[in-house]
Design a protein around this ligand. Sequence first.
Ligand code: FES
Length: 188
Amino acid sequence: MARENGDGAVTHPVGMSILDPSVNYPRNCWYVAATSDEVGRGLLARTVLGQPVVLYRLASGAVTALEDRCPHRSLPLSYGSLAGDEVVCGYHGMAFAADGRCVRVPSQEHVPYGARATSYAVREEPPFVWIWPGDPGRAELTDPPALPWLPRNSAAPTEQWLPPRNVGMNFALKPFWLCVCSWSLVFE
Ligand code: FES
């Protein structure tokens, strides 16, 4: 049975915390990261499977997701700003394209080889934005779960399925507990 350890983290008998990113979550599947109406032309920070993620909408309307950690000195990218479709880090100003590539470094002509933020495959199936935390090459092989009982227009979400802030959402949605994400039940 899960117990709280006093720091707010939930520990399990085997000594793992569900907030510990080393926990062996199933990664090759789609997880809800936000509702469609939450993602706009701003930087939205979320934690999914213990990993910090930043989501934003491109000028084209597509949604993208990057690890919320600058590869330079690890400042959360969500502390920075959006310049066009690029995220500009709030610490030293490195700029990252929607696919995570570093495209600009202030005060130097060349971008360091290999400098990039981790990017995630994203699918928007209103009313949700889904991300794939696992092998990106496998994301195309699977569709997010169909949820035909939910309205596609998320303009007026109900408390029943609204995600909490900064929590892997599959662990909070009661319908998902029962029919989509059974992993947390393994621990319970
Ligand atoms: S920490 Fe992001 S540019 Fe230095």
